[in-house]
Design a protein around this ligand. Sequence first.
Ligand code: NDP
Length: 290
Amino acid sequence: PAAAPVTVIGLGPMGAAMAEALLAEGHEVTVWNRTPARAEPLVAKGARLAESVAAALGANELVILSLTDYDAMDALLKPVAGALAGRTVVNLSSDTPERTREGARWVTAAGAEFLAGGVTTPPSGIGDPENTYTFYSGPRDAFDRRRSTLEVLTRADYQGEDPGRAALMYQIGMTMFWTSMLSYWQAIALADAHGLKAADVLSHARETFASLDMFTSFYAERVDADHHEGDVDRLSMGTASVEHVLHTMRDAGVDPTLPQAVVDLFRRGMAAGHGNDSFSSLLGLVKAAK
Ligand code: NDP
């Protein structure tokens, strides 16, 4: 079948990469962006620039949104909700699961099909479906009909009908991503305080992150079985270790906010009597904060 024509609204780094990947695969692409200048490089590659959001919605049945968040979708689409009937809106902007469900509800009530997406790759991975993936959720038939077009961008991992599910999977990844990257800045700040560059510690940093792969698999089985026995690690050992980290930061004059938060959780685990259990017993403390 001929490549389906697509509208892309939102031309930040992500939306621009999406429009470009679709053009490269022979799709007719109509674009719109609040700041029109960002459309120029795409128009030079063959995209059509719509005059208004309503015109962008009118141009094609399939409409991809790549905006900062769901407030931006509301700001753009609510004033032209009458133009949504019969469209398939695929929102690849990130937000919370609750906010995503709320957006899905009103767009669906306006007569459109709604698919939510959580893209797990930076712009450089868009157009490389062999190596990248996006979580989708929403009506199965809408997803099945649009899958081949969406897979121009990345591989599509369908997560079921609940529109909040794709956002949840995205947030699970981001929970790990932002904290882990902050731990990386922490390590580089410590290295810097001792006259080392990021490049000097790069191979050690990469090995350390790579080693987490083994830990995640090992502990997944145990925590699902509620098994927190201290046979391979004890919280008392972990507490001494994270305190060494904190003191190393203090000695170096580096901001201790992140390691301090880690130490606080370990100490709460000790106070709760988990010294002889695995540090996975901290999961109970994290779960309890409802
Ligand atoms: P940006 O925030 O850089 O771009 C967002 C787009 O939203 C721009 O086109 C901007 O328009 C538009 N926008 C924001 N607010 C409004 C508004 N109130 N009204 C109209 N337009 C608005 O985001 P990215 O392109 O980097 O990312 C898009 C989405 O993809 C985000 O939800 C992000 O979380 C997610 N994502 C991003 C990744 C990345 O590496 N960049 C990786 C994975 C997911 P204007 O040009 O006029 O400012």
